[in-house]
Design a protein around this ligand. Structure first.
Ligand SMILES: NC(=O)c1ccc[n+]([C@@H]2O[C@H](COP(=O)([O-])OP(=O)(O)OC[C@H]3O[C@@H](n4cnc5c(N)ncnc54)[C@H](OP(=O)(O)O)[C@@H]3O)[C@@H](O)[C@H]2O)c1
Length: 292
């Protein structure tokens, strides 16, 4: 049995679907029971619980061979790092108490740095926390900037005919489709071919600038010449708060954008950490969502 947290999200749902299609026994974990039903219908066991409920999580992990562990986003958190640490501590305790032997843990590119990385700092904390556990094999996945983040531009495209954020427009950064993270994780969870506490960055198919991303997406949504605008840190922070993000999370987004812009979050690309889905492939999915 393989337990998957965040099982109805971008990464978890694809891991669950993949493992079920390969005949694996799967335990899907998320809070909303209605969203778990489709996995139950395909033969999964389900647990509609909060990751903060350590007793319920320990129960869900008990007897499983491997766990996919993640700290979900919660952008209204008043103190986001404290939120990440509460969930992270609950996951670590449940892993330890359940006696599970293999964990694939979703971290992030940049999680080797303790500071100046915004939202990623809580994932540094989680790597450190999990590394203190004894006798468990834990693979830390450090994926880069998700292509799915670009979906947040849809309202801006509709209202202002532009894409934009605080990230520099012509600096190339790695971008990964969440399906590539899920496919990598699913294989590791099945094969259990890691030992100790290894780390792997996952950097997507190639590095791209936001200008290039806008060009590729613009072509797919019949808006050739779609422009990317780099907003100031102040404008972006204000806009995030207006969109309902907590002040703390908005500040962490800015810190993370600065870390990208200043080259702090930069790890070398290798054959092993390069994955297959291109932004052109992702743009097909973007267009479907845009036109829907
Ligand atoms: N965005 C990036 O560029 C980036 C880069 C590197 C790493 N990451 C990492 O990737 C994570 C996001 O992964 P994703 O896109 O797959 O997430 P997602 O699509 O937002 O899915 C979140 C999942 O977690 C569940 N969930 C949320 N809060 C929960 C709680 N308190 N207890 C139990 N389940 C809960 C959700 O279902 P319910 O709401 O029904 O519970 C859902 O299944 C981030 O949090 C970050 O750690 C992100």
């Amino acid at each position: 049995m393989i337990a998957i947290t965040g099982a109805t999200g971008n990464i978890g749902s694809r891991i669950a679907t993949d493992l079920l299609s390969k005949g694996q026994n799967v335990m899907c974990i998320a809070r909303t029971a209605a969203k778990l039903n489709s996995f139950a219908a395909k033969g999964a066991e389900t647990a509609a619980i909060s990751l903060e409920d350590t007793a319920a999580l320990t129960n869900a992990f008990t007897g499983v061979d491997a766990v996919f562990a993640m700290i979900p986003p919660y952008y209204q958190a008043v103190d986001f790092r404290a939120y990440q640490n509460a969930i992270g501590a609950s996951i670590a305790a449940a892993v330890e108490r359940s006696g599970v032997n293999y964990v694939v843990s979703l971290s992030s590119q940049g999680a080797h740095l303790p500071d100046k990385t915004g939202l990623i700092k809580g994932l540094y904390d989680q790597e450190q926390r999990l590394n203190k556990l004894k006798g468990i094999n834990i693979l830390h996945l450090r994926p880069t900037y998700f292509m799915e983040n670009l979906l947040a531009n849809i309202d801006m495209i509709n209202q202002m005919n532009i894409m934009g954020s605080a990230i520099q427009k012509d600096m190339k950064i790695p971008m990964i489709a969440t399906q590539d993270i899920a496919d990598f994780a699913a294989e590791r969870l099945m094969k259990k071919d890691f030992s100790g506490m290894p780390v792997i960055d996952l950097l997507g198919q190639r590095d791209l600038s936001m200008n290039e991303a806008a060009e590729i997406i613009g072509r797919k949504i019949d808006m050739p010449g779609l422009r990317y605008v780099q907003f100031s840190y102040e404008e972006t922070e204000k806009a995030l708060v207006e969109m309902g993000f907590s002040a703390d999370v908005a500040g962490l987004f800015i810190e993370m954008s600065k870390a990208f812009n200043e080259g702090l979050i930069d790890t070398p690309r290798t054959r092993e950490n390069t994955t297959t889905t291109s932004l052109e492939d992702f743009a097909i999915m973007f267009a479907k969502i845009f036109f829907a």
